[in-house]
Design a protein around this ligand. Structure first.
Ligand code: ADP
Length: 806
């Protein structure tokens, strides 16, 4: 029995009535690392510290009430999921099933079979992480929708980490733009009594590489720490130890385009154990918070811009007026009116126009301005003169920009007071702004309401092979006529939508663009402003990942298809070859009969040759049968016809069939065993099993004697086939029972490597088990165990099935 247990790959324990371990097989050592000797005689709780919840009810089972061939069917045993203990002290989740040992029920013996749940545990872990990420995402979405302040948002992030992820304290270290230091902006904690740590933290600033936040800042990726109090690089370790903070993670808050906003640190009271989960959450959080800050800074910028324009209109710096395309002044600011000596009423009454303001001898006319505006979107500043109401002239710097199709805004800077002193000042300011934009890794562009470029600036243009301003005056519809998606985005933007888009251009680069609608004074769409950032690298990486996954899946499907195709081919080939072979065999038989009966001496050589041919045909037929059997087994078409069979008698018949062959090979075949061993089996299938084992013993037996032993023991029949031939190396022992698996070369020994595969499939179908004990050069013994009562009284086999003992 022990041998059978040992032959099974599934980890098994045999237990006595008081749940002490009687036996453990090799599978147990593989599963948990305990050796057999360490387990023998020890209580089950050594391996399963929590014990088995239903051990009492399960064992011992009631003795079987069998009559005739009706097998005793144990009731289906429930599976229990428990945490088992490895020899090294680590737990391993397993599924166990407890069943009585057939034949040992009366003594209360039972068998505990184990099945590792590693994949399931891994899946569950992943699922839990996804759920945590989702909850975090939901909490952040809500928090971010309620605030437009960096500090509030950071506090919400820290609190969400505390409440959802069990962190005790969190700090957001903000990177001071330009100052090159990290400063604590806000700190959250749910726990009282951390005042020392809080004080030390809030009073610090950190330089790059200083402490763990400083290192996170430089490395731009999370740093996870099981226990900060044991970490030399952590500067606040002593106060953390005093106040009982141990686990920690530090992660950067990164916006788009690699912009860094700061570092978040989180601390827990207990040391952290789940590094992977913490890091996954940290990455997701850092990214999400960064994107929120991107938006925040963007809107802040917009507001500032609006404010700046209003301030400019109202301040006493610059004369400004808005005119229509016929040159009539619609509005003017106080500075302009004062500069030229007009009143607001003059404007309201429609008295002012370009022609009344410009002296006749000035070169620039309204036509010229409008023409330039149409092509460039702006009319760059020129020095000119304006006429005052009293006809005096004022020297000014003039510049215009179109506000959509119908309006033009113009500024006039009075040069009379300071022109001689600082003649180049305005140009310098202009140039500074230009330099700033042209060195940012972005593309800043504007389209008028018809989709014509009125602005195109930024260092990012280089990647597109364009120069600043090169496309101004061109139509975006023309420029992007081959980019259908981009055209859709242009249309949406011109319709007045504010949104982000990702555009993959057919030439390669991928851009993320924020489209901001422009409106005229009546609030109608008047074009769009766009800010594009090159995200090619980021998107490529994401696409590459998706593609890899798809390819792996494709390869798997292809491999499955190939295996199916091979099996199908074998079925058809063997089936098609069988028919001509049978007819050939019959013809040979007839010829042989005639040659034997003729009695002529010259025919005796013919007889010999025909006999040889017949043997070859029989061998060929056996191989065809093997192939056919394999396809039946593989397709699950194996049907058992059970009846009463005497194994002893069956073995004798098989041996008789081998008589001629064994004489020819000089191999002695002997049978040991007494009396009939009768069971409920499928005769032809069992015959095939025995035939395959005996034929192997002869083939690999090197001509030495082959012994067969048959006996029964309790409810089981046992068959052993022993040879003294080439034997099998330990590493091949399990493999040779597989399909097409062989441990010898084809050149030396012919064969498909299917015989043992069929043996194992058939034996398992009959509820039994087969294994081999062998050593190279010392011969092999194949052990076969079959329940007398037939397949329903299955002995433990591999792989596990639902019925029976497992
Ligand atoms: P085949 O004999 O056609 O190769 P089997 O499935 O019957 O296929 O056997 C698989 C392999 O197992 C053989 O190729 C051989 O290496 C090994 N084998 C089987 N029986 C024995 C034996 N009695 N002694 C040594 N090796 C054996």
């Amino acid at each position: 029995m022990r041998r059978v247990l040992d032959s099974l790959g599934d980890p098994l324990l045999a237990l006595d009535r008081s749940a002490r371990i009687l036996h453990a097989n090799a599978g147990m050592k593989e599963l948990l690392g305990w050796s057999r000797l360490e387990l023998l005689g020890r209580p089950l709780t050594l391996v399963i510290p929590g014990g088995l919840p239903n051990l009492r009810q399960e064992s011992p089972a009631a003795p079987p009430q069998s009559a005739g061939w009706e097998p005793h069917l144990p009731p289906p045993r429930p599976l229990v999921r428990v945490s088992a203990l490895r020899r090294d002290g680590r737990p391993r989740e397993v599924e166990v099933r407890l069943s009585p040992w057939p034949g040992g029920e009366a003594e209360g013996l039972s068998i505990l079979s184990f099945h590792p749940l590693d994949t399931q545990v891994e899946l569950e872990r992943h699922l839990r992480l996804c759920r945590r990420l989702n909850m975090m995402e939901a909490a952040l979405t809500q928090a971010f929708s309620q605030t437009s302040d960096e500090e509030d948002a950071a506090y919400a992030v820290l609190r969400a980490c505390g409440e959802l992820e069990g962190w005790t304290l969190g700090t957001y270290w903000r990177m001071e733009q330009g100052a090159n230091v990290l400063e604590p902006l806000t700190l959250w904690t749910a726990s009282p009594g951390l005042s020392d740590f809080t004080n030390v933290t809030m009073r610090r600033t950190l330089a790059p590489l200083e402490g763990l936040p400083g290192q996170t800042w430089t490395r731009r990726e999370p740093i996870w720490c099981r226990d900060v109090t044991r970490e030399a690089r952590f500067l606040r370790a002593d106060v953390a130890a005093r106040e009982g903070l141990h686990g920690a993670i530090f992660f950067p808050v990164m916006g788009s385009g690699g912009r860094m906003y700061g570092v978040v640190e989180l601390f827990s009271r207990a040391p952290r154990e789940e590094r992977e989960a913490d890091e996954a959450l940290a990455n997701a959080l850092g990214h999400r918070f960064g994107r929120f800050l991107d938006r925040l800074h963007h809107t802040e910028l917009e507001l500032t811009r609006d404010k700046a324009v209003r301030y400019l209109w109202e301040s006493d710096l610059l004369g400004l007026f808005v005119s229509d395309t016929r040159g009539r002044l619609l509005d003017a600011n106080a500075t302009l009116l004062r500069m030229l000596g007009y009143s607001r009423r003059d404007v309201r009454e429609g008295l002012l126009s370009w022609s009344t303001l410009l002296p006749p001898n000035q070169r620039i006319s309204l036509e010229g301005v409008l023409r330039r505006l149409r092509t460039d979107g702006v009319f760059h500043s020129v020095e000119s003169e304006l006429l005052r109401k009293n006809d005096n002239r004022v020297p000014v710097l003039l510049g215009s920009a179109s506000l959509g199709e119908e309006h033009v805004v113009t500024f006039a800077l009075d040069l009379s007071a300071w022109r001689p002193m600082e003649p180049t000042a305005p140009r310098e300011a202009d140039a500074r702004l230009h330099t700033l934009i042209s060195h940012a890794p972005v593309v800043l562009f504007a389209l008028d309401r018809d989709g014509n470029f009125t602005l195109s600036e930024g260092w990012g243009l280089e990647a597109l092979g364009l120069k600043p301003g090169q496309v101004v005056g061109m139509s975006a519809f023309e420029l992007y006529r081959a980019e259908a998606t981009t055209l859709t985005h242009v249309r949406r933007a011109l319709a007045g939508e504010d949104f982000f888009s990702v555009d993959a251009l057919s030439t390669g680069p991928i851009y993320e663009t924020h489209w901001v609608p422009l409106r005229d004074v009546e609030g109608r769409p008047a074009g769009t402003l766009g800010l594009s950032v090159d995200v090619t690298q980021r998107e490529r990486e994401a696409r590459w990942r998706t593609q890899l996954l798809a390819e792996a899946e494709e390869a798997r499907v292809e491999a499955e298809r190939a295996v199916r195709a091979r099996d199908e081919f074998l079925t058809i080939a063997s089936h098609e070859l069988k028919t001509p072979l049978t007819s050939l065999g019959l013809q040979l038989h007839t010829l042989l009969k005639r040659a034997r009966q003729s009695g002529r001496p010259e025919d005796s050589e013919t007889v010999q040759r025909l006999e040889k041919a017949q043997r070859q045909i029989q061998k060929l037929a056996r191989m065809m049968d093997e192939l056919l059997d394999v396809s039946r087994v593989t397709e699950g078409r194996l049907r058992l016809e059970l009846g009463e069979v005497d194994l002893m008698q069956l073995v004798r018949e098989v041996m008789e069939r081998f008589q001629e062959e064994s004489q020819r090979m000089g191999t002695r075949l002997t049978l040991r065993g007494e009396g009939p061993v009768v069971g409920r089996w499928d005769r032809p299938k069992l015959e095939q099993v025995v035939t395959n084992l005996v034929s192997n013993a002869m083939k690999y037996g090197a001509g030495a004697p082959v012994e067969i032993q048959v006996r029964s023991s309790g409810a089981l029949a046992l068959l052993e086939v022993t040879d003294h031939g080439i034997g099998i190396a330990p590493e091949d022992v399990e493999r040779i029972f597989g399909k097409f698996e062989r441990a010898v070369t084809v050149r030396k020994y012919g064969g498909f490597g299917l015989g043992l595969y069929i043996v194992r499939q058939l034996v398992e179908a009959l509820g039994g088990a087969v294994d081999v004990e062998s050593a190279p050069g010392r011969g092999s013994t194949f052990h076969l165990v079959l329940p007398l009562a037939g397949p329903e009284a299955r002995v433990p086999t591999q792989p596990p099935t639902d019925a029976g003992l497992h």
